[in-house]
Design a binder for this molecule. Structure first.
Ligand code: NAD
Length: 333
């Protein structure tokens, strides 16, 4: 099969592209290499994860509709995995346009192109942030009363509303993937686990926002990429014009304090911590209901937090990575 991955130099996109190529598929990427965090980290992912498979990455911004259309027409992919976006919930109000451009305009452009080019499958990244501060024990796709509390979450929910309207009566099937806090090697330096591991390795300060009680349903990146691949295959069994959303999460939430404890046990030195007020855009709790995922593909994420963190720690401890960790963290907006 021939696959197109957007956000191919990003954390999840680079890991997904490498997995698909390792399975024998032809993979092409798109990425703008934007400066939300270090473009050097994105280039290093390309060098380590994409180049060994000969994956070509077209460097441009998906907000350019003509270029998007031209590239998709040339590639003629069997599936598009649209992972490019402005992630994170903490961008200040004055820069909200980053969410509007990269999550709304870019999504509409690649989606319109997929439908026009009759790309059979269009899978796109959504987020657990669409659930806002839901009070449910586990978050289900059947809950129609969800209310995002961040602009980021609202743009992801907007994509989920827009997509079925585009694909109905078309030859394209669509599936939104609600990821729950993805972590792992080659991860994103704006995320707490990444900053914690850096602090544990280099002895720098870790800034903890709030008391550490917030809970996240952490999902290891290899589980995410494996589930995406399975969900793409299952999507072929649905009729043209089909559209749905699926949670991908581990189904077991851990608090930030749990994560701190796990990372501390892997380090020789004591963690230096500074505490700051929590961010109002951070939801208090996430937990995926994975019944739908299991019903579709017969499996769910299995890597437990302790072993996933060990693998991430081992990656971050390599000298060629370790020397860059702090500069990557400092590069985040
Ligand atoms: P990432 O920032 O590492 O990757 C996104 C990539 O997209 C970046 O390399 C960036 O340069 C590129 N990009 C952004 N806007 C673009 C545009 N307009 N045109 C072309 N390229 C563009 O983020 P990630 O963690 O890999 O996230 C991938 C997707 O998963 C995103 O849609 C994100 O919102 C979603 N998601 C991630 C998590 C997580 O925990 N990592 C959780 C929920 C949802």
């Amino acid at each position: 099969m021939r696959y197109l991955v957007t956000g191919a130099a990003g954390f999840i996109g680079s890991n997904l592209a490498a997995r698909l190529a390792a399975l024998g598929h032809e993979v092409v990427g798109i990425d703008s290499f934007n400066t939300y965090y270090s473009p050097e980290l994105k280039l290093l992912r390309k060098k380590n994860l994409l180049d060994p498979h000969g994956i070509n990455v077209h460097e441009f911004d998906l907000c350019d509709l003509n270029r998007t259309s031209q590239v998709v027409r040339d590639i003629k992919p069997d599936s598009i995995f649209h992972l490019a976006a402005q992630p994170g919930v903490r961008i200040p109000l004055g820069s909200s346009n980053l969410y509007v451009q990269n999550n709304l305009v870019a999504h509409a452009n690649i989606l319109q192109t997929a439908v026009e080019c009759e790309v059979p499958n269009f899978l796109y990244a959504s987020s657990s942030s669409v659930y806002g501060n839901s009070t449910a024990d586990t978050f289900s796709e059947n809950d129609n009363s969800i209310q995002p509390i961040s602009i980021y979450g609202a743009t992801k929910l907007a994509n989920e509303i827009l997509t079925p309207a585009f694909v109905k009566r078309s030859n394209t099937r669509a599936r939104g993937l609600r990821f729950f806090t993805v972590y792992g090697p080659w991860g994103r330096p704006d995320m707490a686990y990444f900053r914690l591991i850096e602090a544990a390795i280099n002895g720098t300060n870790f800034t903890k926002f709030g008391g550490g009680e917030i809970k996240r349903d952490f999902t290891f990146v290899d589980d995410i990429t494996s589930m995406i691949e399975s969900l793409n295959r299952q999507l072929n069994e649905t009729p043209k014009g089909h559209s749905d959303v699926v949670n991908i999460g581990g189904g077991k939430p851990y608090s930030l304090n749990d994560l701190i404890e796990i990372i501390t046990t892997k380090s020789d030195s004591k963690l230096n911590m500074k505490v700051q007020e929590s961010n109002p855009n951070d939801t208090k709790y996430t937990s995926a209901n994975v019944e739908k995922l299991i019903s579709l593909v017969g499996e769910k994420p299995e890597v437990d937090l302790n072993s996933g963190v060990s693998r991430t720690f081992a990656w971050a401890s390599q000298p060629e990575v370790k020397q860059h960790l702090l500069e990557w963290i400092k590069s985040t907006i």
